[in-house]
Write a protein of this length. Structure first.
Lengths: 551, 440
């Protein structure tokens, strides 16, 4: 329980109305999307300004409580992960300010601004932004300082490509500003500098999970939008359909015979610099996205017709930014590529669902993560990769075999989908790609634990194949992967020690104490135990297996 | 309705936060994009559906004492309009109940003696005077004085006009119900009323969480309707409408009773009359208006669908369980009526239809947290004002009252029927309360 003195100090800073240690209020912050228990903080605060956040961190250092900065509180790093410590959750709902600079196509955003609100205002001005599949109801700023993976990345890039200047409160309560915000009088239009880009220190690839302080304001790129001012849709929830203007948007679902063909086609499409949206979607996601009830999902999932049509599906959207002729040109090029790799265009129910539900949802105003919950009740991405398309295909092949063996033994609650829910998402005209392999399961604390336990197993597999593994639990598991990957865990550990000498900012994120494999928190203890034992096995057999592979 | 019955639903909340917002696909401007009044007002997650489900989980796991006097738990649970926005938005992507566990939480609070006093007072009033309206009221015959409407308590009538407590007992609302009755007569509809025999629909029992009493009240009322042999009940109050149409159907099913009548909202009935040519709005009414969808007419209006079965692998139900998701709300009828009036221009607020923003009066909040109720209504008025309308139209007396109080002189608030009257007939004067001498 947070001390009376600490509580009083917080009330003095924020006012009684914006601080609570009421047990009922605490339990409303005890779960996230992948929680396997109720983990409430000891206090919740709602600051309105950056100066208040500075004071909160300073009080944390003074009174020895821990601080969890959150956005919309979806990810597991928003729960206290360590027992026997006092956590104060920062709920930024009073910091939902944003501004759009239409001329320079920049938005400046506070921590609680959700994607759909920003996009709605941007669209009125002929602009738009990327939106991650976590859903348009998530926090823009949180996603930008996390990983920013999104399904528009083929054209719009990952979060790191979209973030500009930042304002950051360090765990000792100092303010750090990067880019133009450092010197241009509260203008966030420029991202780099001055000098060494400190965004890498606090954000890097995956972000600090709240362990390196809190971002309080950020600049974000907006991009041109050629669609209508209002997101086009009709119908009554949940049966909504979206019809984009046909003279500006064209939608295609294409199936290929082999994974190799679809990967090559993606490379070619990128090389030709056509298409606005591109993704290889596991065919499991079409019913997930399209169906309005769980029973409808399973009916379609189990139908032969559906499986026959979609094995290696590519989803493409063309946008006429220049002119209608551009659309015609891009379609002609696309058809040539499809023919070259023996693909076939899909029509009928699948295409209709793609055009009116799946594509608007994935590519324009997503709610993927929520629709993903409908099928079983929960899901978790147990394998992630971020490298090239070829790497993604390799991970997919290995991951399908690997996870299917595990899931088949435990179906239900796991859905043995034979890799059909995996997807490969290209970035920057297919120069890069990420693979994600979700596992759908029926929500329960036990199933969530088991699902999460698949992550370190997959990471070991990936390390074994010399692949860059992803992982939402990057953080505590960095100690496991670091030795194989340039010892990056030491760098992160030293950054943490430098910025947060008293370890007040959401421990144990982003890394375990340097050099230590002892874990003080129950949630990842199992994962680490499994990981460490497998690591020893891997190390012992590594050399021999590598030799065998070379033969 | 006990909390344990919803353990599966409560455990399925993944904290996606959709329960807080308007359907994102329907958002064209950021300002009016929140759909949950409690979340908008109090900001802490405990006041949201997700937060209350977390509290429910904590109670089920005995991590929190439901009896605790050291917590605002009861206050949080009752500071909710039960408007169903959270339920519908969650069901956009999930197959789980949200509103029902919130109601079960109220039952839990009542069981532990934590229900608000204000709601207990209403219950006593209902039991004693058969009206949920506190303070100065008229008896339920008063509004129909001199209208020569059949007494359904003593004569058989196919069509029963169920005025409800608000229209039936509130002098200020009497002109509106009189207009409606007049229009029905003009349209040639033969109908009756129960007058002083008209019971309360029982909605206050739901507000406090007393589902046992609700069911008993419903059974008694169903018996009364059966005795009157009505075939159609017209309810001008959206809350009465949903209570009779949906909740009584549940009670009837539970008790093996067949419901032999149809329940329609006044706007739905008038829409039928309009289509049949019996209602003819002819006079021009040059007004720009917007329509406030009452929650109970809109997303809470899906019929009761009985289900008995098992939940199996992946949470799939056998037989499939059809969830009530607001797809069958009465969205068109009131709009048809408004748009049939010559000269009226109807514009839509962002938070319309299934996304409607509660007027603030629902869930007993007007009595338990009047400041919150006023705040909520004020939000709605501000939203209407951004469209520069001449009036705000609604179709429920509770919405009308709440919104009128917030709007004051800034913006007239009319029921759909009142607007129709401007085009069809003459407006009725306020019913003058009888003096004590006249009633002797």
């Amino acid at each position: 329980m947070i001390s009376d003195e600490a509580y009083k100090a917080l009330v003095d800073v924020l006012g009684e109305e914006h601080v609570s240690k009421d047990p009922a209020v605490m339990f409303a912050y005890s779960r996230t999307f992948s929680t396997n228990d109720l983990n409430p903080p000891q206090c919740v605060v709602q600051p309105a300004e950056v100066s208040e956040i500075q004071l909160i961190y300073r009080l944390a250092n003074e009174y020895d409580f821990k601080v969890i900065p959150t956005g919309t509180h979806l990810m597991m790093c928003c729960e206290p992960m360590t027992d026997n410590l006092d956590f104060v959750t920062i709920d930024p709902k009073r910091m939902d300010y944003f501004e759009i600079d239409e001329e320079n196509m920049v938005a400046t955003i506070g921590p609680y601004v959700t994607f759909f609100r920003l996009q709605a205002e941007a669209m009125k001005r002929g602009l738009t932004c990327y939106i991650p599949s976590g859903g348009s109801q998530t926090s823009v700023l949180s996603n930008l300082v996390y990983q920013g993976w999104n399904m528009q990345a083929y054209r719009l890039g990952a979060g790191s490509r979209n973030m500009l200047a930042m304002e950051w409160v360090t765990p000792t309560g100092e303010i750090m500003r990067t880019g133009s915000a450092a010197f241009a009088n509260d203008n966030f239009f420029w991202g780099e500098g001055p000098g060494i880009d400190l965004r890498g220190m606090v954000k890097g690839s995956y972000g600090g999970f709240g362990g390196l302080g809190m971002c309080t304001k950020i600049g974000m790129k907006l991009v041109p939008w050629i669609g209508p001012e209002k997101f086009p849709c009709e119908g009554i929830t949940p049966d909504k359909r979206s019809r984009f203007p046909e003279d500006k948007f064209r939608f295609f679902t294409i199936d290929f015979s082999t994974k190799k063909d679809v990967i090559e086609a993606m490379y070619e499409i990128g090389h030709a610099e056509i298409a606005a949206r591109l993704i290889h979607m596991g065919n499991g996601w079409i019913p997930v996205e399209s169906m309005t009830t769980r029973e409808d999902f399973f009916e379609w999932w189990e139908s032969d017709e559906y499986k026959k049509d979609t094995n290696n599906t590519l989803m493409v959207v063309l946008e006429a930014h220049a002119s209608p002729k551009q659309l015609d040109y891009e379609e002609e090029v696309l058809r040539e590529i499809v023919e070259e790799y023996s693909g076939r265009f899909i029509y009928g129910k699948i295409q209709e669902c793609f055009e009116s539900i799946v594509a608007p949802d994935l590519f324009y105003r997503p709610s993927l993560i929520m629709r993903g919950f409908r099928a079983g009740g929960s899901f978790m991405s147990v394998k992630l990769g971020l490298d090239s398309l070829d790497h993604a295909a390799l991970l997919h092949k290995n991951g399908t075999k690997f996870n299917s063996k595990l899931m088949a033994k435990k179906a239900p609650p796991f859905l043995d989908d034979n890799g059909q829910t995996a997807y490969i998402n290209p970035y920057d005209f297919s120069h890069m790609a990420h693979l994600e392999m979700p596992v759908i399961f029926e929500a329960s604390f036990d199933a969530i634990s088991e699902g999460a336990a698949l992550i370190p197993k997959n990471i070991i597999e990936d390390v074994w194949h010399k692949c860059y593994p992803g992982g939402f639990l990057f953080g505590p598991l960095s100690n496991m992967m670091g030795p194989f990957m340039g010892k990056f865990h030491k760098y992160i550990g030293e950054t943490k020690a430098m910025l947060d000498p008293n370890n007040v900012s959401n421990p144990p994120w982003p890394i375990l104490p340097s050099g230590s494999a002892k874990l003080a928190y129950k949630n990842v203890q199992l994962y680490a135990k499994m990981g460490m034992s497998q690591l020893r096995t891997v190390k012992a057999g590594k050399k021999q297996r590598m030799l065998n592979e070379r033969k | 309705m006990i909390l344990e019955d919803y353990r599966w639903d409560i455990s399925n909340c993944n904290r996606c936060s959709q329960c807080k917002w308007v359907n994102p696909w329907d958002v064209a401007e950021e300002k009016f994009s929140k759909v949950c009044p409690a979340f908008s007002r109090y900001l802490f997650d405990a006041w949201t559906a997700q937060g209350k489900l977390d509290i429910g989980m904590a109670i089920l796991l005995e991590r929190i004492d439901a009896n605790s006097s050291n917590s605002k738990m009861a206050e949080i649970i009752y500071e909710c309009n039960l408007c169903g926005a959270c339920d519908i938005m969650c069901k956009r992507s999930r197959d789980m109940e949200v509103l029902l566990p919130l109601k079960a939480l109220r039952a839990k609070m009542l069981e532990n003696g934590k229900a608000p006093k204000a709601l207990k007072t209403v219950i006593e009033n209902v039991k004693e005077k058969q009206t949920s309206i506190l303070g100065e009221t008229t008896d339920k015959n008063e509004w129909a004085r001199e209208m020569e409407i059949a007494d359904a308590s003593s004569q058989k009538t196919d069509v029963l006009l169920f005025a409800g407590c608000s229209y039936g007992s509130t002098a200020d609302l009497a002109p509106a119900i009189r207009n409606m009755a007049d229009m029905l007569k003009q349209a040639g509809v033969s109908f009756g009323i129960l007058g002083v025999q008209e019971p309360c629909c029982g909605r206050p029992y739901t507000d406090i969480g007393d589902f046992k009493q609700f069911d008993e009240n419903a059974m008694s009322n169903l018996k009364q309707f059966k005795n009157a042999e009505v075939k159609t009940i017209i309810a001008p109050c959206a809350e009465c409408y949903t209570t009779i149409k949906v909740d009584y159907a549940r009670v009837a099913h539970k008790n093996g009773i067949k419901i032999e009548f149809e329940t329609v909202h006044m706007t739905e009935y008038m829409d039928q009359l309009l289509k049949a040519g019996s209602l003819k709005p002819k006079k021009k009414v040059p007004m720009k208006v917007t329509f406030h969808d009452p929650c109970h007419l809109a997303r809470l209006n899906d019929p009761f669908i009985p289900w008995q079965g098992t939940r199996e692998a992946y949470g799939a139900c056998t037989p499939p369980k059809i969830l009530r998701r607001g797809e069958h709300g009465s969205y068109d009828a009131p709009r048809n009526l408004i748009q049939a009036i010559p000269g009226v221009e109807l514009v839509e607020m962002q938070r319309s239809k299934e996304n409607t923003w509660c007027c603030g009066a629902g869930g007993g909040v007007k009595l338990t947290s009047p400041e919150f109720a006023s705040w909520t209504a004020e939000e709605r008025i501000q939203e209407a004002e951004t469209h520069h309308v001449d009036a705000l139209i609604t179709a429920c007396p509770n919405c009308k009252t709440a919104l009128s109080e917030a709007a004051g002189d800034r913006l007239p608030v009319y029921d759909v029927a009142e607007l129709l009257t401007m085009s069809i007939g003459e407006e009725k004067k306020t019913v003058k309360r009888k003096s004590k001498q006249e009633t002797k």
